[in-house]
Design a protein around this ligand. Sequence first.
Ligand code: ZN
Ligand code: ZN
Length: 444
Amino acid sequence: MTDDRTAALKARVCDAIDARADEIIAFAKDVQAEPELGYKEVKTTEKVVSLFEDLDLDVETELAITGARARAGSGDFVAAVLGELDALVNPDHPMADPETGAVHACGHNAQLAHLVGTAFGLVGSGVVSDLDGAVEFVAVPAEEYLDLDYRRGLLEAGDIEFFGGKQELIRRGYVDDWDAAAMMHAGSDTPERTITSNFSTNGFVGKFVTYRGTEAHAGAAPEEGVNALNAAMLGMNAVHAQRERFRDEDHVRVHPIITRGGDGVNVVPAEVTMESYVRAASVEAVADANESVNRALAAGAMGVGGDVEIEDYPGYMPLRTDETIVAFYDENARDIVGPDAVTAGTPHLSGSTDMGDITQLVPGIHPWTGGFEGAVHARDFRVVDEEMAYVIPAKLTACTLVDLLTSPEAMAAVREAKAEKRGREEYLDAVRSLRTTTTESYRD
Ligand SMILES: [Zn+2]
Ligand SMILES: [Zn+2]
């Protein structure tokens, strides 16, 4: 396709988004006003569905408990645009729901604005029918890895196998025919109009640890007890003693918390529970670090002569961004936002996202875009530039998809990149291998 023709399609897409900018912003605020946690995003899904239906799209719902998707255009190359539905818990945030503590302090409402905005741009303008591929718009449940007691209940009931919504979409086969995947994410502490598009992230294992001892009167007869809190403290310190063996390039992060530390101060604690993640830059490094962390945790039980149970659950896979799509994205960012909009370098970020799982199978992008003040998840996180936060990212993704889906060479390059990635079964084997329960008993 000629450059002129591509430029004309992009102009139509951007005009269609500008024409509905106020509506996109109002939608983002409406989602923000009713935050819902993962796998509970019923109202939020309905809000997205009603806008998809306004575009005359056929919508499928309940992808993984919640969630929705709609496909537009034709051709056997499929590009997915994703938006995360869920909020997180931070009761100290001024916009938190007073009952649940849920709040959009990770900007997922901006992702949904981006999702519907991209649909307004590509479908509302009619441009999607001029492309050599289809675009699937997907509202995805449960990105934040939290509220885990609830999710373990879903898991035990057989409603889900994985805590992450994108992992569930993969397991259920929704991702099988995707050739490319695009989303955006609110940049942390990024009020200015800048974009970081080319980077990698850590993967992780999630961990529940239970130390069991024997209760006893803490004053009259502590010698008859086995102190599970002492076991936990020894275990945690043994974890800290592993840190000098973690290689810098693996970006290992281990950050345990105690979730139950004892029940009454005059009783020797008989049961103490902890949660942790073990994160690292590659699947192999996660597995290595996790093995030494589990050994260290067991040492706590050995030290006091108690029991330990360690339940490991798959966390998220490391994210890798796709060069071809990033190159288009950056070019559009320079055109639309400004020549200095794209930050230099290809950083590694030690946080994690289940978009990482998607990029293990499908070439994709997960750019961090500006317009947000305060750190993501923190109480002072807020939007300071509504156009940048809610409207411009939709133009960037829509124009990137125009570039990709009008270029046979680029589509071939992305397909080639996909051929080198994992298939669904290989992915599922890798993720399932991280689900283990280890129990050790050191009773006298
Ligand atoms: Zn988050
Ligand atoms: Zn997020």
